[in-house]
Ligand binder design. Structure first.
Ligand code: SF4
Length: 445
């Protein structure tokens, strides 16, 4: 259990020297207990006290990474129950499973299908980031062979799933440079699985069917020297799983209960594709750090990945696109020139409507700190100066010969000042983006 402010205070030098930036040692102790200060800020704390205080300074949920190189993924390190309190940090990893009962062409096809699970949504690239090899055969050599084949054919982060310590050891021997996540250690296999994880420097999943049992098991595994742990609460129905995952999260973040201060993993094996996708989405929302499904249809992964994208976006930062000139189609020096703001949703709505007009065009995206047209105008982030500065910075005069700028209908009021600032003719476009195709086809000449 983490130390309280008063317990921390007893370990500090109590000189009130203020070197930490706090008026007293007590104030520093309270700040440390609430994670508002770092232990390093006190230069005079003794080595003996440091060890005890490190527990209080540690994040409430450990960050655990697996996979190697550019495809390493990290989960955990969350600090809040609800996204609006701050933000969530490490997006849920979605994994697709491969059975070791597959072989030859079937195995190759399954791996290729998983590697291809990539999408683009609102300008953001989304992808399945983990591939999961399951020891369904129960055979040691079959599992090791399948794990090696997957490792060689996929660069996704690897998760190995077996209840047999012998099979796990054989598979890890073939894949350890990929730093796989090993799943899972149960009460019966804890010692052997912890030994494999420790010797190969791999993170380990611990599996139990109750919160009490999983807390006890994680402590046991940690005592054996494995620090990177992921929790798998193995309960039969989604209701119990959501309820218990929420309790575990509250105990780790609010009560700083260290045995539960780890990311979590859920394996979804029951149900058809639709049911698995719905279950996965529920678990992404509360509170699985890794969700593994046994499906392959791309259309089922898009809603899951979209949910991850939305849940893990920073609520304090509007999603933005880069301010610059975008070419839609293959515009030339006579093409229409429009501007909009760098709020993602605004930009992609305008972009798709310009595309729908089938008239190649340029869109100048003005930096309004990710706000929409009317919000930016009301907050004076969109005015004749910001637009003319953006035009100069992007060298728009070299792109088109005409001097006509189409502006959003909602800011028609800017026309006069903008015309003076730019010396361009201002054409007031439609208020609604959906009317852009009609405007370009009928009004733009
Ligand atoms: S620097 Fe250390 S000793 Fe000095 S006031 Fe802060 S906590 Fe106390």
């Amino acid at each position: 259990m983490a130390l309280t402010g008063l317990e921390i205070f007893k370990l500090l030098p109590k000189t009130n020297c203020k070197k930490c930036g706090m008026p007293t040692c007590l104030a520093f102790a309270m700040a440390l207990a609430q994670k508002r200060a770092k232990l390093d800020d006190c230069p005079d704390v003794s080595e003996e006290a440091k060890e005890k205080l490190a527990a209080a300074a540690a994040p409430p949920m450990r960050k655990v990474a697996f996979g190697s190189g550019d495809n390493q993924v990290a989960v955990g390190q969350e600090t809040v129950m609800f996204r609006h309190e701050e933000k969530f940090h490490n997006p849920t990893v979605i994994g697709a499973s491969v059975s070791d009962k597959l072989s030859g062409e079937d195995l190759t096809k399954r791996i290729e299908s998983i590697n291809a699970l990539k999408f683009e949504r609102v300008g953001t690239k989304l992808a399945v980031t983990a591939i999961v090899v399951s020891n369904d055969s129960g055979e040691t050599s079959t599992f090791a062979q399948a794990a090696e084949t997957v490792k060689n054919a996929s660069s996704l982060a690897l998760i190995l799933v077996s209840d047999s310590a012998e099979a796990m050891a054989a598979a890890v021997a073939k894949t350890k440079e990929a730093v796989p996540l090993l799943a899972s250690a149960s009460a019966d296999t804890a010692e052997a699985m912890a030994k494999i994880a420790k010797e190969n420097n791999c993170p380990l999943v611990v599996k139990a069917d109750s919160i009490e049992a999983i807390a006890e098991l994680s402590e046991k595994i940690r005592a054996q020297g494995v620090e990177d742990i992921v929790l798998n609460l193995d309960v039969p129905n989604i209701r119990d799983q959501l309820c218990n995952l929420s309790r575990m999260r509250a105990l780790s973040l609010r009560k700083l209960f260290r045995p539960l201060g780890y990311p979590t993993i859920s394996f979804i094996t029951e149900g058809d594709s639709d049911q698995q996708a719905v279950t996965a989405i529920s678990l992404i929302c509360k509170y699985s750090s890794i969700v593994v499904v046994d499906i392959i249809e791309p259309y089922m992964f898009l809603p899951m990945l979209t949910t991850v994208m939305n849940v893990f976006s920073d609520p304090q930062k509007p999603v933005q696109v880069e301010p610059k000139v975008y070419s839609i189609g293959e515009p030339n020096e006579s093409s229409p020139f429009l501007f909009t703001t760098n709020f993602s949703l605004t930009y992609y709505t305008v972009e798709s409507d310009v595309e729908a007009s089938r008239i190649p065009s340029y869109i100048l995206v003005v930096d309004t700190e990710g706000t929409s047209v009317l919000t930016a105008y009301s907050g004076d982030k969109l005015n004749e100066k910001t637009v003319s500065d953006a035009m100069t910075k992007c060298g728009v005069e070299k792109l088109v010969k005409h001097r006509k700028l189409i502006i959003p209908g909602y800011v028609a009021v800017m026309s006069g000042k903008l015309e003076e600032a730019t010396n361009w003719e201002i054409m007031v476009g439609p208020r609604e983006s959906s009317m852009i195709p009609k405007f370009l086809q009928e009004v733009w000449k």
